[in-house]
Ligand binder design. Structure first.
Ligand code: NI
Length: 128
């Protein structure tokens, strides 16, 4: 059943349920919004592209699994129960060997591939 976005406000969100609706990778869904920010749920598996966001910090919070956040000078492995914030302007590339479920917290204006436009770029995100 299709629910209007406004009807989903003031209702609790079950992350396992949201992730059960996602059957693809690197395709974030909006599952909440507050203060001009989006809360997005996304599954990753494989390598993303190097990119940066000129104006937005990006928070990655792992719900299930783990992945490597490659930065130009180091690689940070982020595991379940951990989060990592990529500051604006910093190049990053997520790499997930196994499937990982994560939440993104970022301004509504943030594009998933940042300064890069390619087949992975998602301009219109579905709301779950
Ligand atoms: Ni990014």
């Amino acid at each position: 059943m299709e629910r209007g976005w406004s009807e989903t406000k003031m209702q609790k969100v079950n992350l396992a349920e949201k992730f059960s609706f996602i059957n693809d990778y690197f395709n974030p869904r909006i599952i909440g919004e507050l203060n001009g920010q989006h809360v997005k749920a996304v599954k990753l598996k494989g390598e993303f592209v190097w990119h940066s966001h000129a104006h937005e910090d990006e928070m990655f919070m792992i719900v299930k699994g783990k992945f490597d956040m490659e930065l130009r000078d180091k690689t940070v492995t982020i595991s379940e129960g951990e989060f990592f914030i990529v500051p604006k302007g910093i190049e990053h590339k997520p790499v997930a060997v196994e499937e990982v479920h994560l939440l993104l917290f970022e301004p509504a204006s943030t594009l998933n591939t940042g300064d890069v436009q390619n087949e992975l770029t998602k301009t219109k995100l579905e709301k779950l």
